[in-house]
Design a protein around this ligand. Structure first.
Ligand code: F6R
Length: 244
């Protein structure tokens, strides 16, 4: 794992978007999984701009949505699906055959997980994951204590996730469980970028980069990823003692 510090969130996002473009240039059929939430927002915008400016052929690229709040409709502003649609699917004009996301309204969520795992397998794995880190160290909805060997699964959300998660919604929203790719997908992914910006992420970044590798702090598993990159701005890096 490598940690890279950028002087601003804008530069971190620009770097991420350029690398994302490079992955697709090198492999036009690349499968790329992106988180929703605040951290990758600008990288998604810049990626869409660069695709247009540079006329990148994205007709064979495949997008996977990292996770979803169980029970939320894609129509709800703040749901992951809603974010993915507005940030990537619509601006890029992706065909339905070019993406897969969890249906968090499905009656049988285990089947939803199996479907996701089968899609990823059929694509020969994930080429690039672009994820964030939660205030409890989660990645996706891999909450503290998660079994690191899981592929897609449904999980009870931690108190921190339930309260911090309200920031995405216009009104108080009942949240309880999440459906998510597992840390096994993350570890199997050919490349991972974990993005974090702002002072409020300084403590979790320090634990992820320098803390003990432990499933009580899921993002610490990044230390074991052979092609994992933690991309942070100066504020989020402010508590780091050493750089890998
Ligand atoms: C969202 C997701 C979460 C977030 C994390 C950080 O799809 O998977 O793990 O990446 O909670 O959220 P932000 O980026 O909003 O600080």
């Amino acid at each position: 794992m490598v940690t890279t510090i950028f002087s601003s969130y804008e530069l971190l996002s620009d770097f991420t978007a350029n690398e994302w473009i490079n992955v697709i240039k090198a492999n036009p059929t690349a499968t790329i999984c992106v988180a929703s939430g605040d951290s990758p927002k600008l990288a998604c915008e810049l990626f869409c701009e660069k695709v247009k400016e540079q006329q990148i052929d994205i007709s064979k690229f495949f997008f996977v949505g990292l996770d979803e709040w169980v029970g939320l409709s894609p129509e709800i502003f703040g749901s992951c699906h809603n974010d993915f649609r507005k940030r990537l699917i619509q601006p890029l004009g992706l065909a339905a055959s070019q993406y897969h996301m969890f249906d968090a309204l499905a009656a049988d969520l285990q089947t939803e997980c199996s479907k996701m795992d089968a899609v990823i397998k059929s694509r020969d794995g994930i080429d690039l994951m672009i994820v964030g880190i939660g205030m409890n160290g989660h990645i996706g909805f891999n909450e503290p204590g998660v079994d690191v060997d899981l592929l897609s699964h449904v999980i009870e959300l931690d108190e921190t996730t339930l309260s911090v998660g309200q920031k995405y919604f216009k009104e108080k929203t009942v949240l309880q469980k999440g459906i998510t790719l597992g840390l096994k997908h993350l570890m199997n992914s050919k490349k991972v970028f974990l993005l974090a910006n702002g002072e409020r992420k300084a403590t979790v970044v320090q634990k992820a980069v320098e803390g003990k590798i432990n499933n009580q702090f899921p993002a610490s598993i990044m230390q074991q990823h052979k092609n994992g990159y933690i991309l942070v701005d100066e504020a989020a890096a402010s508590l780091l003692n050493k750089l890998s």
